[in-house]
Design a binder for this molecule. Structure first.
Ligand code: UD1
Ligand code: MG
Length: 471
């Protein structure tokens, strides 16, 4: 999905988003930072960055664990304008927001705090969270009625008005009975944001600076605090790989629905796994059990047959592939290309109408318009050290089971005989045969068969004599 409208909110005014992503993620039991674990081929952090930009963030600041080049790279890739702020010590969510102080100072823009590990919050929800600020609220919190609120901060109300958020560890028995739970994210009105944040202390069970304390501070000053509802499933925070799996299922359900509403037929939707950035044209049909990795763009009227796996591939209109096709990095299939079963394409362009109907590998190649690649054709693109290109001309015909040893060029309209191992260029309209010449000897099969049978009988007779002599 394209990142559109970044820079300004729906009302035309920008806001600053601070994304907290300095968590260690111990429970993931991983060498990779938690926020880089992927959902639908995009990191959790990536989902959050895309959503807050879609919601209209004018400025984006991300708080990270110091020294994580991989996290910084992901931020540069998905939110090139974002500033990155290391948080040396993890002293709580308010402390983390203030780690991005350089991005907040001197700005009266509203502040939206997002978490890098709540990847399911949509752009629409971020925009809803911010809306009460325009109606005069100083703080807006996102909350849900939890099935089981254990572990969440509780949103405490009095006469229907928010008084405070109490973290589980600091809550009284009575407060723990409250089910209205804080999703964690918060919006703070520009004029109040920094002064509230700066006054938050750490006088609590964890000795942490809690962002949630902004609520009680605002209430004490007579400022309005709004609660914005969200579904518990959308507020899911990912702390372990079980939750990662739950989040993946939610994202896939959303992507499938969007694909269907956009004009694609998913024959068995629950078996199709889409990428967060998959682009599907109109009247695309996807048969059961297909997987789309990152970077796939499919044109109108394409058919992706069962058990195909696509990654970093572009299909123009009317392409028909599969079943069992694998497209790897840099596959470009122009209009009307047809690929049949067990065909693998890597870093190759097939021009309009080219066909490879069975059992073929085309890597580092270019295939001309209308060329026909016979069953079992392989481009031998790798010599163990370097990759080389194969160029096949328009209208060429490659016979079955040909090995094209790259670098090699087959001219337009050329014909390669079946079973050939082609090591030299073939000019246009030439016929190339590179295989042993056939020898046919009349009656020789029968003669050979008889010789073999006679030898077998002689061996059996010899064994029978030997065993009689030894008795
Ligand atoms: C927080 C909320 C809690 C809410 C819950 C929802 C606070 C004090 N509590 O608790 O009310 O119910 O989320 O899931 O805000 N982080 C940093 N640096 C820090 C601390 C945290 O970057 O010093 C990041 C974490 O990586 C994470 C996010 O902030 O992305 C939330 O921190 P976490 O420790 O998970 O807060 P909770 O205890 O879950
Ligand atoms: Mg948490």
């Amino acid at each position: 999905m394209a990142i559109e409208g970044a820079g300004h909110g729906p009302d035309g005014s920008g806001f600053t988003a601070v994304v907290l992503a300095a968590g260690k993620g111990t429970r993931m039991r991983s060498d990779r930072p938690k926020v880089l674990h992927a959902l639908a081929g995009r990191s959790m952090l990536g989902h959050v960055l895309v959503a807050v930009q879609e919601a209209g963030a004018a400025r984006l600041a991300v708080v990270v664990e110091p020294g994580r080049a991989d996290v910084a790279e992901e931020i540069a890739r998905l939110a090139p304008g974002a500033s990155v702020h290391p948080q040396a010590e993890r002293l709580g969510t308010a402390h983390a927001v203030l780690a991005a102080r350089a991005a907040l100072d001197g700005s009266e823009a509203d502040l939206l705090v997002a978490f890098g590990d709540t990847p399911l919050i949509t752009a629409e929800t971020y925009a809803r969270l911010r809306a009460p600020l325009r109606a005069g609220a100083a703080v807006a919190v996102l909350a849900f009625e939890a099935e089981n609120p254990a572990g969440y901060g509780r949103v405490l109300t009095e006469d229907g008005r928010v008084r405070a958020i109490r973290e589980e560890k600091d809550a009284s028995e009575a407060e723990r009975q409250v089910r209205l739970s804080n999703a964690g994210l918060m919006a703070l009105a520009g004029p109040h944001a920094l002064s509230l944040l700066a006054r938050i202390g750490n006088d609590n069970a964890n000795r942490e600076y809690y962002l949630t304390d902004a609520v009680a501070l605002a209430v004490a000053e007579g400022l309005a605090v709004a609660v914005v509802p969200v579904a518990e499933s959308e507020a899911l925070g990912v702390n372990d790989r079980v939750q990662l799996g739950v989040a993946e299922a939610t994202i896939q359900a959303r992507l499938r629905r969007a694909a269907q509403l956009g004009g694609a037929t998913l024959v068995a939707p629950e078996t199709v796994f889409l990428g967060a950035d998959t682009v599907l044209g109109r009247d695309v049909t996807i048969e059961p059990h297909c997987v789309f990795g990152p970077g796939v763009v499919i044109g109108d009227g394409c058919t992706i047959r069962a058990f195909s796996h696509l990654h970093d591939a572009r299909l123009m209109d009317g392409v028909d592939i599969g079943p069992h096709v694998r497209l790897r990095g840099g596959a470009v299939l122009e209009a009307g290309v047809h690929l049949g079963n067990f065909v693998e394409i890597k870093n190759a362009t097939l021009h309009a109408g080219a066909k490879a109907s069975h059992l073929t590998y085309l890597g580092d190649a270019e295939v001309g318009a209308g060329a026909n690649i016979g069953a079992g054709t392989i481009t031998c693109n790798y010599d163990g050290v370097s990759k080389h290109r194969t160029v096949i001309g328009a209208g060429a015909f490659i016979g079955s089971n040909a090995a094209l040893v790259a670098p090699v060029r087959i001219g337009d309209g050329a014909l390669v005989g079946a079973g050939s191992v082609i090591t030299q260029d073939v000019p246009g309209d030439a016929l190339a045969l590179a295989r042993g010449r056939q020898v046919t000897r009349a009656g020789a099969a029968r003669a050979l068969r008889e010789t073999l049978k006679a030898a077998k009988a002689a061996r059996a007779a010899k064994m029978a004599r030997e065993s009689a002599a030894s008795e």
